[in-house]
Design a protein around this ligand. Structure first.
Ligand code: ADP
Ligand code: MG
Length: 669
């Protein structure tokens, strides 16, 4: 047996340092966290060559007294934990008194620090753990720590450093997260002499996001504020209209500390299910506030994993928080007309002037008035989306063609036509309201309805599809009813609703209506098959199905598993009956899903099937539809908050207020 040696202190220090300091970003993380702990309101981080040759962190925090500087660089030296009673702080906040000692062991370190109210500051130098200078000097309040030549004495570690640009990006990513987590601190980041970040430090979450990710990202956000069982999620998430090609912009914090969590990511995407296109991803900056005892944020310096005591609650919190945010932000897109100087003739105005769309959701979404102002300004400046080269004209040019006064109001026409309409089911209540409804004089001047060539039959919508599903309609008595005033390009239903003009994409809307209808059916019914279908399973599929028969039952599937890995399918959701979907088309993917450890059958398998079913049976752009068909779709869209995006995430409707139209025509200023 070889002789046991006690490791030399310098060797031991290097090993210990390796656990805390892996790369420039880990040094910056420790130094900036110290600055935050010191109460700094302004923190400047500067790096050169990805941080490997030079890093400097300057703060305006409390400073370190002259005599205590050497102690701060001793291992297990901390001012933040005194007794064993404070031990939970070590676990929850990560104070270990190791950072400065570790950095000093593997780099050349220089400190300039001064406590407020003292006459002099101090200059202190320590190289590879050896103090080389400790003197009084003149310097501003606060602390500056300079780190040179990281790992100069540990070549093995130096080899593991990536290219400067990669290390620099790591630092930049870290600064972004710290700045987002601490909106009350102003962060500056200078990289190879170039300032790349500067946050205001005014305490507002939104302005921190704005400063870090820029205007475009900030504009796409809607606020999230949701609580469940004592846990809260707050922050911002992207509107379903602004998706990203990957998950890179999904930021989660737990009690202000950046974390990575599969639960949070999955719940976020579940929240957006059916609101954004498949293959697209949301962005978010969300903070979960939770009793620290109910989660375990791994505070080891290089790790960011988190574990929650009640994962289900966190999943539901984020999932419902997101769904709620999307709903609250009222995702109807608004059509805004670009303000034009007064034109000489109406023809010029109506025919060739470009029309712009401005999405103002971010504005509606932002709570503070000051930011509303800021965003309003930005919207005015450049948040204008050109729809087309040519304007979209919703009305006939009116220069020499006088607005055609309709002989009969649309409602009157409907009353006359309704006897011919077949086989639409108009509920009794509705009939009464149509007949009883007085026609206001002004409605007679609404845009002329283009003549339609319809055959007045319901080729594309089955009778039952036209009947509203009671369960999904939110009755709001005071809400004005929607009236169809025409159709554009055989694709968009034009509607008037009180003082608003609404344009609905008929395919997108019908697709979503069918999707929701089928989904409701799915939740409620399973149908015994006239003839069972038999399939052979792999041993793995067989065992997951036998362990999850309850999950299958919840999803409306009943199976009997017999010897030889055979499976008899006896019942399936009635929503798929007559849809050319074989029971095995459902059960085999379910088995595969369960094998992969995912039991979200409805979300993963049914949604996909429903998407394609809904698309196939829905009316298409350029289809000819009767006005009654269009009316049914418009009413469903108007009354059902769920119908805002098609199952692939395209918006279903946009709107424009009377006031906006009047502004455009300079009737009002
Ligand atoms: P810890 O942060 O766990 O206490 P560190 O090694 O990071 O351990 O820091 C040691 C001590 O040095 C801190 O407890 C603090 O008292 C002091 N210190 C470090 N950085 C600063 C700073 N920027 N401003 C004021 N004090 C600091
Ligand atoms: Mg520290």
């Amino acid at each position: 047996m070889a002789k046991i040696n006690l490791l030399d202190r310098s060797v031991f220090e290097l090993i210990a340092a390796g656990e805390v300091i892996e790369r420039p970003a880990s040094v910056i993380k420790e130094l900036v966290e110290n600055s935050i702990d010191a109460g700094a309101k302004h923190i400047t981080v500067e790096i050169k060559d990805g941080g490997s040759s030079f890093m400097r962190v300057t703060d305006d925090g409390c400073g370190i007294s002259h005599d205590e500087i050497p102690t701060a660089f001793l291992r297990h030296a901390t001012s933040k934990v005194k007794t064993a009673d404070d031990l939970d702080k070590i676990l929850t906040l990560g104070f270990r008194g190791e950072a400065l000692a570790s950095v000093a062991a593997v780099a050349r370190v220089e400190v300039l620090t001064k406590e407020a109210g003292t006459e002099y500051g101090s200059s202190f130098k320590i190289n590879g753990g050896e103090i080389t200078e400790h003197e009084h000097t003149g310097c501003p309040d606060g602390t500056t720590i300079i780190i040179r030549d990281l790992f100069y004495n540990v070549p093995a570690r130096q080899k593991f450093l990536k290219r400067d640009v990669t290390e620099g990006n790591q630092v930049q990513g870290l600064i972004d997260k710290l700045a987002l987590a601490h909106p009350d601190i102003s962060f500056r980041f200078i990289r190879d002499n170039k300032p790349v970040r500067h946050t205001g430090g005014d305490g507002d979450y939104y302005s921190a996001i704005y400063a870090v990710f820029g205007k475009q990202f900030a504009m796409s956000l809607i606020p999230v504020d949701y609580s469940m069982n004592g846990v809260t999620v707050t922050g911002y998430t992207s509107s379903p209209l602004f998706t990203r090609p990957n998950r890179s912009m999904q930021y989660f914090f737990v009690n202000g500390r950046y974390v990575r969590s599969v639960i949070c990511l999955t719940a976020l995407e579940e929240g957006y299910r059916n609101s954004i296109m498949t293959g697209k991803f949301p962005a978010c900056v969300l903070n979960i506030t939770i009793n620290p005892e109910l989660c375990d944020v791994n505070v080891s310096p290089s790790k960011t994993e988190v574990r929650f005591a009640d994962e289900k609650n966190i999943f539901d919190l984020i999932n419902f928080g997101i769904k709620n945010a999307i709903l609250n932000a009222d995702n109807r897109r608004e059509l805004k007309l670009e303000k034009k100087p007064v034109q000489n003739t109406i023809v010029e105005q109506t025919e060739e002037k470009p029309l712009s769309v401005r999405v103002e959701k971010a504005l509606e979404a932002v709570p503070q008035d000051k930011y509303k102002e800021k965003i309003q300004k930005t919207l005015e400046d450049d948040r204008i989306y050109k729809v087309k080269e040519k304007p979209v004209i919703f009305h006939s040019p009116v220069s020499n063609i006088q607005p055609k006064k309709m002989e009969k109001s649309f409602v009157q026409q409907r009353i006359e036509e309704k006897t011919e309409i077949n086989p639409v089911h108009i509920p009794e209540k509705k009939k009464e309201s149509i007949e009883a409804e007085p026609v206001p004089e002004k409605e007679q001047y609404i845009a002329p309805v283009p003549e339609e060539k319809t055959d007045n039959t319901f080729k594309y919508i089955s009778g039952s599809a036209l009947q509203k599903t009671e369960t999904v309609i939110t009755e709001e008595p005071e809400k004005p009813s929607i009236k169809v005033i025409g159709e554009l390009f055989a694709t968009y239903i034009l509607c008037q609703c009180g003082e608003e003009f609404i344009m609905i994409d008929k395919h997108a809307a019908h697709e979503r209506i069918n999707f929701e209808k089928k989904k409701t059916e799915l939740m409620t019914s399973s149908q015994l098959l006239a003839e069972s279908e038999y399939i052979d399973l792999s041993p793995e599929q067989y065992s997951v199905l036998s362990e999850n028969t309850d999950k299958l039952m919840d999803a409306g599937i009943e199976v009997i598993l017999t010897d030889g890995f055979r499976c008899e399918i006896t019942a399936c959701p009635s929503a798929f009956a007559g849809e050319n979907v074989r029971p095995s088309d459902i059960v085999i993917p379910c088995a595969e899903l369960l094998c992969s450890g995912n039991d979200n059958i409805i979300g993963e398998i049914y949604d996909d099937l429903l998407h394609s079913r809904a698309c196939k049976v829905s009316i298409k752009a350029n289809d000819l539809n009767s006005r009654e068909e269009l009316r049914v779709i418009a009413e469903e869209v108007w009354n059902n908050e769920k119908i805002r995006f098609c199952p692939h995430g395209r918006p279903v409707m946009i709107k424009m207020t009377k006031q906006e139209i009047e502004k455009y025509f300079s009737r009002i200023v």
